[in-house]
Design a protein around this ligand. Structure first.
Ligand code: MLT
Length: 428
């Protein structure tokens, strides 16, 4: 495209090229702005700033479109499985049967964690939040595999780190749950699929049979797929920016887990259940909560409704709503919080106030309900999100490295004190 963007400041005009993506998204490339004019752009929260050109995930928030490497999320959720989607995101193409076998074998071979790492679990307080544990454990993996710290790592080293990360994250997560319950650890059973193995390590009890429910396995597989990437969100941008300093991949992912933990990001699914429990505790009259949500002066906010980038609907929520109904029906759960959730969902889907404002139940709302129904403790919800998001973080890190992107270093507009002279205590 030969068109240019012109920026006029105090009668001086500067020209900048436009960059057009494969879906015709257009950006003004202002990388030469400061050199030409001495000016910078200000965009707190980077809401209008493209931090990179990426070939991984496309989303259109107005139309409710989400695609990984060009494949619609609806097709992947229906027909693929999480490990295949992980392969797709990380390698750019769907695997052949042989590639898939070898990828699955590699993941299966690395599910155990170093026995010494178990001692960390004993040191955490019994009520430690599993996201804090997960982030620490992932970071500590770089100390067990010191070759990962070498910034001149080979592609083979990177591949091994990727296999270890994907293989071990369910084991690390399940161990944090078992240790919080004071229960014996369950070692991975490598005859099971990725999702089955996670459920087994979470819920099996030694010397008792653990029966896997296919409806639950399917719902969890879908949830992991739906969470696998979401272009330049807060945790992904964190992974890319930490990795841009050439920090090792384990530490970059650990930083992503910390970013995901916040209630405005991955912590939202936990916040949904906390909200439902509060509604029950403080009086289950739904109308009262709907009125509070509509009242601008009331600090109460509905958690799990609407989305920052999807203006009309979240395509992930549309897919997972069906799994949510299936899980609730299959398990026949009798739980006031889930009753409350269904009531809230029914109102929000038909109340004009919510419809007009795009306040539809989002993926965090339904994932929170599914996790609750299948017995995942509330504090583990965000950990499940992290397991799902891991391939996306890895793919984005790999892309950043292979593009040879420079270290992330935003600028600022300084608004503090002008230069002043220091005086010692006795003279102040
Ligand atoms: C995500 O999936 O990362 C969340 O929906 C948040 C976001 O995209 O900003």
């Amino acid at each position: 495209m030969s068109e240019k963007a012109k920026i006029t400041v105090n009668d001086k005009t500067y020209e900048f090229p436009l960059t057009v993506g494969s879906e015709n998204e257009t950006a003004i490339d202002i990388s030469a702005l400061r050199a030409q004019s001495g000016l910078i752009t200000l965009d707190t929260g980077f809401k209008n700033t493209g931090s990179t050109k990426s070939a991984i995930t496309f989303l259109d928030g107005e139309k409710g479109i989400l695609r990984y490497r060009g494949y619609p999320i609806e097709q992947l959720a229906k027909e693929s499985d999480f490990l295949e989607v992980a392969y797709l995101l990380i390698n750019g193409e769907l695997p052949t049967a042989d590639q898939m076998d070898s990828f699955s074998d590699n993941i299966t071979n690395h599910t155990l964690i170093h026995e010494d790492m178990k001692r960390f679990y004993e040191a955490f307080p019994s009520n430690a939040h599993p996201m804090g544990i997960l982030s620490s454990m992932l970071s500590s993996m770089s100390t067990f595999y010191p070759e990962s710290q070498n910034p001149d790592r080979t592609d083979k080293d990177v591949e091994l780190t990727i296999h270890r990360l994907i293989a071990k994250i369910p084991t690390l997560a399940a161990l944090s749950y078992k240790s919080s319950k004071g229960q014996p650890y369950i070692y991975p059973d490598n005859s099971l699929s990725y999702v089955e193995n996670f459920l087994y390590m979470m819920f099996a009890v030694p010397s008792e049979d653990y029966v896997l429910d296919p409806v639950v396995v399917d719902a969890l597989n879908k949830l992991l797929i739906l969470h696998a990437d979401h272009e330049q969100n807060c945790s992904t941008s964190t992974v890319r920016i930490v990795g841009s300093s050439k920090a090792n991949l384990y530490s970059s992912i650990a930083a992503g887990v910390s970013a995901l933990w916040g209630p405005l990001h991955g912590g939202a699914n936990q916040a949904v259940i906390v909200m439902l429990e509060r509604m029950i505790r403080e009086g289950g009259d739904m109308q009262k909560w709907i009125d509070k949500a509509k009242d601008k002066n009331d600090p109460f906010r509905l958690m799990g409704f609407g989305h920052r980038v999807y203006k009309n609907f979240d395509p992930r929520a549309t897919i997972i709503k069906k799994s949510c109904d299936d899980v609730l029906e299959k398990l026949g759960v009798d739980d006031p919080a889930l009753e409350m959730a269904k009531e809230l969902e029914a109102i929000a889907l038909k109340d004009e106030y919510f419809i007009e404002r795009g306040l539809y139940p989002n993926v965090d709302f339904y994932s929170g309900i599914i996790y609750r129904a299948i017995g995942i403790p509330t504090e583990m919800f965000t950990v499940l999100f992290a397991i799902g998001r891991l391939p996306g973080w890895i793919a984005q890190w790999k892309e950043m490295v292979s593009n040879n992107e420079p270290i992330g270093r935003p600028r600022q507009v300084y608004i503090g004190a002008k230069e002043r002279n220091y005086t010692s205590f006795d003279k102040r």
